[in-house]
Design a protein around this ligand. Structure first.
Ligand SMILES: C[S@@+](CC[C@H](N)C(=O)[O-])C[C@H]1O[C@@H](n2cnc3c(N)ncnc32)[C@H](O)[C@@H]1O
Ligand code: SF4
Length: 361
């Protein structure tokens, strides 16, 4: 029987090393390029991520230094190299893998996702020499009669010439169980280590495609697709009986409630300013005051309201003054006029996504 993990997923055999770090929030998401030779109907990437763009987590990358800076804030123990297809920009991918290994040492674990379409022996050799530890193939098993799929399948065989961990990773598309089992048997014959199965999720980008094919979310609060988890479990039960692969069924809930939360908590302690609280979810909570003239407001708060200057931070980019929650609550009661006070909660990420805003009376 597949084991249920404490982080809302299911395992047969051993959890792949890349996943072990990921669930603890220790994997940097290194998005090398949005360029990809495929066009999966379930592709979750937004149009602006489909271009030749580079991100380390939410941070846009101009050079390797940006990647290192992000890894330090996260206290990352490794990175998942993703896209798009990282092999569509092979030199860049190799440069980043090499730089991360050089900066953080051999222990820094690197796994990479690829379609397999560009995984020639030469390309794989470059990745292996750069220090890649684990490679995960996602061939187009749901369009089996295409030339591209044939090439992907042929290329996967090249990966077994190197002593890294080789696995597959595909979404559990309801109605496609037989294709996934075919892929599992294929990987097993070659001597692969694992097959990861992802619970299928909708995003703003793929929602139309998924609805048109009759797939529906399980409820209003979840992005998971009905029937995908059940299919994943069925594949794990079958796989345990019929193959020697390890399996991991990675759920939408794991990604949202565990992996993201753990990553945010790791980052929050390194970016929180003294006036910010870190919540259980890893978000930053603090008070803000908004007013047209920030210098005037600052003078009012320091001189008239006698708030110690070290409790205040003028954030000109966002047009506000930041402060501890308690100070904002007191000031909101004491100050009359056009100044607006709020308690906000933000992600500790590069884009500082605001997730809550409570106006103070
Ligand atoms: C997000 S992709 C990134 C790498 C690459 N673009 C790919 O598709 O392989 C990583 C894994 O996510 C899975 N995936 C793709 N679309 C998905 C979706 N809509 N819901 C859940 N998993 C998905 C695939 O199994 C893929 O191996
Ligand atoms: S392989 Fe990944 S990035 Fe490429 S189209 Fe499919 S889901 Fe999108």
């Amino acid at each position: 029987m597949p084991r249920e993990t404490t982080y809302y997923s299911y395992v047969v055999g051993e959890l792949p090393e890349g996943c072990q770090l990921c669930v603890r929030g220790e994997k940097l998401v290194l998005f090398v390029t949005g360029v990809c030779p495929r066009n999966c109907f379930y592709c979750p990437l937004s149009p602006w991520r489909r271009g030749d763009v580079v991100y380390a987590n939410e941070r846009p990358v101009r050079s390797v230094d940006d990647i290192i800076a992000e890894a330090l804030i996260q206290e990352a123990g490794g990175a998942g190299v993703t896209g798009g297809d990282p092999l569509a920009r092979l030199n860049r991918t190799v440069e980043y893998i090499r730089a991360l290994k050089e900066r953080f040492g051999e222990e820094f674990h690197l796994h990479l996702y690829t379609t397999g379409a560009l995984a020639t022996k030469k390309a794989l050799e470059k990745l292996y020499d750069a220090g890649l530890d684990e490679i995960r193939f996602h061939p187009d098993i749901f369009t089996p009669n295409s030339k591209l799929f044939e090439r992907e399948i042929e290329n996967i065989k090249n990966a077994f010439d190197f002593s890294w961990d080789v696995g597959g990773e595909v979404p559990a598309v309801p109605g496609q169980g037989e294709r996934i089992k075919w892929f599992a048997e294929f990987l097993d014959r070659l001597g692969a280590k694992f097959l990861n199965v992802n619970e299928l999720e909708f995003s703003e980008t793929n929602m139309r495609n998924l609805l048109d094919r009759g797939y529906k979310p399980i409820n209003d609060e979840s992005s998971a697709i009905k029937g995908s988890l059940e299919l994943g479990l069925e594949i794990l039960r079958w796989g345990e009986e019929n193959t020697s692969l390890s399996y991991h069924l990675c759920t939408a809930k794991l990604k949202d409630a565990v992996q993201l939360r753990n990553r945010l908590r790791r980052m929050a302690k390194n970016v929180a300013k003294p006036y910010m609280e870190i919540t259980e979810d890893g978000t930053l909570r603090f008070g803000i005051a908004e007013y047209g003239n920030l210098d005037e407001l600052y003078a009012l708060l320091v001189k008239d309201a006698e708030v110690p200057a070290e409790w205040l931070y003028i954030n000109r980019e966002k047009g506000r003054i930041e402060m501890p929650v308690e100070v904002a609550i007191e000031l909101a009661e004491a100050i009359e006029g056009d100044v607006r006070f709020f308690i906000v909660e933000e992600y500790p990420t590069w884009d500082r996504l605001e997730v809550e805003r409570i106006p103070l009376p």
